[in-house]
Each structure stands twice: as C-alpha cells, then as structure tokens.
Design a protein. Structure first.
Length: 463
C-alpha cells in the first residue's frame, strides 16, 4: 500500500499538469476572494441600511416623546416658544416614518413594513390626540383639555408606540445579528478558501519546481549520455581511421611490392628472352646476308620489333617501379619524370628540387604523388605552364605541383575521384598532410608535407 501511495505521489510530482494546476489554484483563489469581497460588501451595505433604519426608528420614538414634552410645557407655562419644538418634533416624526417606509422597501422586509404601518397608525393617533388637546387649550377650554389628557388615551398610544418600536428594534437586531453572522461566515469561508487555494498553489508550485529539477536532471543526464556517446563515436572514428590508414598503407605497400616483383620478373625473365632473341637475330644476320639476302628486310623488321619490345618492357618496368628512384635517388627521378611529361605534353615543366632526407617509402610516396598530379594535368588541366618544387620547411619535406589550367571546385569533386583520394591516403599513411587548392579558371596547386627521416644515432651509424 505504501509503495502504491509513493508511486502515485511520484507520478503526481512528475506530472506535466503541475504548472496548470498552480495557475488554476491561483485563479480559483482570486475568484473566491472576489466573491467573498462582493458578498461581504453586500452584507455590510445591508447592515448599514438596517442600522440607519434602526436609528431612524429610535429617532421617531424620541420625536414623539419630544412632541409630548413640548405640549406639556406649553400647557403648563402658556409660553408660545414651546410650540416651535412641538411642531418640529411632530414633523420630524412624520418624516421619519416616511424614511422608514423607503428603507424597508429597499431592504425588502415586508414584516417590518407591516409593523411600521401599525406604528404609523399609532403615531398618527398619538399626534391627533396631542393636536386635539392643544386645540382645546388654545380655544380656552382648559378643563376639557385637561380632562382629555387624564383619560389615558395618550398614555395608551405611547405604550402602543413603544411596543411597536420595541418589536421593530427586536426584529432589526435579529436581522442585524443574522447579517453579522453571515458576514463572519463569508469571511470564514473566504479564509478557508484562500488558505486551501494557497496550500494547493504551494503544493503545485513545489510539484512544478520538482518537475523542473527532474527535467534539469534528465537533460543533464541526456547531455552526459550524448557527450559520452560522442566521445565513444569519436574514439570509434579515430580507431576506424587508424585502421583504414594502416590498411591503406598495407595495400599501398603490397601494391608496390607486387609492382616491384612484376618489374623484376619482367626485367629478368622477359628481358632475358628478348635479349636472347636479339642475340640470335644478330648471329643469323651474317649468314642470311650471304645465303638469303631477300630475307634481310624481314630480319630488319624483326630486329625493330625486338627493340620496340625491349623499349616497351623498360617503360612498363619504369611505370611499375621506377629504377631511377632506387638507383639515382628522389631528385634525379623527379627531374627525369618531369622531363618526360614535359616532352609528352609539349609544355615546359619548371622544377626546383632540393635534396631532402626521407625514408624509402616516403620517397616513393612523393614520387607517386608527383606522377599522379602530372597525369591529372595531362588529362584535364589544359595547362600552359607547370611547376614542381621540393624543399625542406620547418623540419618537413614539402612538395608542390602547380599548374595554370582550367582548375575545378574542390567542394564539388565526386567521391569516385580515386586519384585525389589515393594521394591523400598515401600521404596520411606516411603521417603527412595533403592540401589541394583550386578554383575554376585559376589553376590547381597540390601540396604535401611529409616528416623527414629521423637522424641516425652515433651508435647506429657506427654499426
């Protein structure tokens, strides 16, 4: 059971409705407060109207008493100045009854209005009795006026007025008490509602903050996972790149080894066969000149064919494995290569080559790079000038092949362009860097930097 409650609490705290719930609670709290305010205001206005009616009711009772007192004073002293407060109290009492009628109509109190009508009748009777006594007194019939006063009619009317006033006051007190209780009840409900909505708002706010914290933690965890995955992928890419580089180096080495083997076989076996055939032709030439002179043209054609075969064999061997590189070194091999390409293209190849210390594999890589670059120039560039430079810069060997041909956009080179890709893998396999700069109509520059051959230690040189 506790586990279910805890799980429900956790789901509620993780709910996406925490913030809308807080907003709803705040709106309800505002609505409750406004309703309570308007309700209390209405009750207070009603209570104020009741209070004014109560005060007016007491004023009516007091004015009747004042009117009776002024009458008695006038009859005892016969002084006319007593008539002014009498008339004022009499008119104030009548006006008060009218004001009470209007107040009870606004309050909608029909029972109080019925009681007020009875009070108005009693007041009218009392005032009539007072007016009649004054009329008899002013006409000189003082005995009749005194006798009328002694009949007890005025006392009875005053008792009836007091009874109606007390009844109305009791009713007003009851209604005022009920209104005050309603006001307190409204304030209590408002207090309870505001407190409840405040608690709900705080709870929703706490849920929202917890949800925000959980979201932050989730985002942080996801970010950490993304970073870890990125690091893993980078390590994987680095590992795969290293493997591909090693594989490219292995394939290039295997390819060069196979080329060297084929070159040796062609040089040794095919060269021996062609040389032996040429020697045989040379031996039979004197005999054919004497015995069959008509076959000499055929023999001459055979000799030319053997020479062409030997030349083709040498060219194939040089393409497979440049013997000049092994026998003469990098600089002479590049000079010979550039001269041959310049003659074939009819374009001068300007060379500026400086000796550099490189490993045999690095020398072969630079030779193949220049060879591939010159082949691309011959196929696509339509250049008028070509330049090849080799120099040592910053502890590295820098080779550069440039032309003033049509150029190209490196960003739009197709992935199937294996020449540039092969150059790059060759150079990177030797821990070097290859850069290709070109633009349409602005020629092409292919440059590469390879580390120099480490200097031999004194111990190694002595060995």
């Amino acid at each position: 059971m506790r586990a279910r409650v805890a799980g429900l609490s956790d789901r509620v705290q993780r709910s996406a409705y925490a913030f809308p719930l807080a907003a709803l609670a705040a709106a309800l709290m505002l609505i409750i407060s406004e309703l309570a305010y308007h309700g209390a205001e209405s009750q207070l206005r009603t209570l104020m109207a009741m209070g004014r009616a109560r005060i007016e009711l007491l004023s009516v009772a007091r004015r009747i008493t004042d009117a009776e007192s002024a009458q008695r004073g006038y009859m005892l002293t016969s002084r006319a100045d007593y008539l002014t407060p009498y008339r004022s109290a009499r008119q104030s009492a009548l006006d008060g009854l009218v004001t009470l009628q209007q107040a009870y109509q606004r309050l909608g109190s029909f029972e109080a209005e019925a009681r007020r009508q009875q009070l108005a009748q009693a007041v009218d009777t009392k005032l009539s009795e007072l007016d009649e006594v004054l009329l008899l007194f002013d006409s000189g019939r003082k005995d009749a006026a005194a006798e009328l006063m002694l009949t007890g009619i005025g006392r009875d009317q005053m008792e009836l007025i007091r009874h109606h006033v007390d009844a109305l006051l009791a009713e007003e007190n009851r209604r005022i008490g009920a209104g005050v209780r309603d006001v307190f009840d409204t304030l209590l409900l408002n207090r309870i509602g505001v407190a409840a909505m405040t608690v709900i708002s705080l709870l929703a706010l706490a849920m929202f903050l917890r949800q925000s914290r959980l979201l932050d933690l989730q985002r942080a965890g996801q970010q950490a996972q993304i970073l870890a995955e990125r690091d893993r992928l980078e390590a994987e890419v680095l590992r795969r790149t290293t493997e591909l580089t090693e594989l490219a180096r292995h394939l290039q080495t295997a390819r060069e080894d196979e080329r060297a083997r084929l070159a040796r076989d062609l040089h040794d076996e095919l060269g021996a066969l062609l040389t032996a055939a040429k020697l045989d032709v040379a031996r039979i030439r004197p005999k054919l000149q004497q015995s069959a002179p008509d076959l000499m043209p055929r023999l001459t054609h055979l000799t030319e064919a053997l020479n062409s075969g030997i030349a083709l064999k040498r060219r194939i061997i040089e393409d497979l494995r440049p013997s000049t590189l092994d026998n003469l070194g990098l600089v002479p091999a590049l000079e010979i290569l550039c001269g041959e390409v310049g003659e074939r293209l009819g374009v001068p190849v300007q060379v500026r080559l400086e000796p550099v210390s490189l490993t045999p594999s690095a020398q072969l890589t630079l030779f193949r790079l220049v060879q591939e670059a010159l082949n691309n120039i011959a196929k696509y560039a339509r250049a008028t000038t070509v330049g090849v430079t080799l120099a040592e810069e910053g502890g590295q060997a820098r080779i550069q092949v440039r032309d003033d041909g049509v150029g190209f956009d490196p960003g739009q080179v197709e992935r199937a362009t294996h020449g540039l890709l092969g150059m790059r893998y060759r150079v990177e396999a030797e821990r070097g860097q290859l850069r290709v700069h070109s633009a349409p109509g602005q020629g092409t520059t292919v440059s590469a930097c390879l580390p120099l051959k480490p200097a031999a230690s004194p111990g190694q040189s002595s060995q």
